[in-house]
Design a protein around this ligand. Structure first.
Ligand SMILES: O=C[C@H](O)COP(=O)(O)O
Length: 271
């Protein structure tokens, strides 16, 4: 049977780099240039493994201009969006504005938004609806904290986050979205979830979608893993059946390291 180690995937892999609040717009241009040169030198096939970066809002116009001018195949997105389309919401950014800046994706419900900005599952749901309204592909982030994991509640907790986020979202919309499983205890800590733990959770999230809608929808939705992903652990994670990509934080700020993560197939096929 064909498998990932033969270069055959059930869903197109997505390697996403979330820069968080790092890189001003000058640094953003330099990072995107270096990343795209390295990937071009290695004949990266963007149709086979998709690549997206998530710069801060203030960098998006510069990144868009560079990508359009150099006809790069790299895609990009916003790190957050407002649940509203327009109006008196100081400091917020509408999905409409992101779409007009050429964003393909938007992160929704990242654990840092949930913890630092007290975003509830209801807010995450409203943001998901806003993203879909504006033709953006949401990357919906879910994942448990350490205490929840230690109490053995991680599967139910994360499924509940997913259930509440998907309220009012159709099967067709769910098939298009990307889910990122990011255990909070593995983010920026150097702790990586074991690949079997990451697989267990990705499969559980897919099961939840199958139960809520149907198997076809579940088999279309991509599930990423995030949490201390580096070039030297990406192949182990990507080998797992239900993991369709990674959401990378710290390591996406280094062009050579991120390019190496994007080229996970190389490690997968040569290991
Ligand atoms: O969005 C990315 C995740 O929060 C993972 O961050 P990290 O790779 O720095 O652990």
């Amino acid at each position: 049977m064909a498998s990932k180690t033969d270069g055959v995937y059930d869903r197109t892999p997505l390697i996403a780099g979330n820069w968080k609040m790092n890189m001003d717009h000058f640094q953003a241009v330099s990072l995107v240039q270096k990343l795209s040169w390295t990937l071009a030198d290695n004949d990266h096939d963007f149709d086979k493994v998709q690549v997206a970066v998530f710069p801060p809002f203030t960098d998006l116009r510069s990144v868009q201009t560079l990508i359009m001018a150099d006809k790069l195949e790299l895609t990009y997105g916003g790190q957050d969006l407002s649940p509203h389309d327009t109006g008196a919401f100081t400091g917020d950014v509408s999905g409409d504005f992101l779409k007009k800046l050429g964003c393909a994706y938007v992160l929704v419900g990242h654990s840092e938004r949930r913890s630092v900005h007290a975003e509830t599952n209801q807010i995450v749901n409203a943001k998901l609806q806003a993203a879909l309204r504006h033709g953006l592909t949401p990357i919906l982030c879910v994942g448990e904290g350490l205490e929840t994991r230690q109490a053995g509640q991680h599967v139910e907790f994360t499924k509940q986050q997913l259930r509440e986020a998907l309220e009012g979202i159709s099967a067709e919309q769910t098939a298009q979205l990307v889910i990122a499983y990011e255990p909070v205890w593995a983010i920026g800590t150097g702790e990586v979830a074991g690949s079997d733990d990451a697989q267990e959770m990705s499969a559980a999230l897919r099961d939840e979608i199958a139960e809520r809608y149907d198997t076809e929808t579940a088999n279309s939705t991509r599930v990423l893993y995030g949490g201390s992903v580096k070039a030297d652990n990406v192949a182990t994670i990507m080998r797992e059946r239900d993991i369709d990509g990674v959401l990378v934080g710290g390591a996406s700020l280094d062009d050579a390291e991120f390019a190496n993560i994007v080229r996970f197939e190389h490690h997968l096929l040569t290991d």
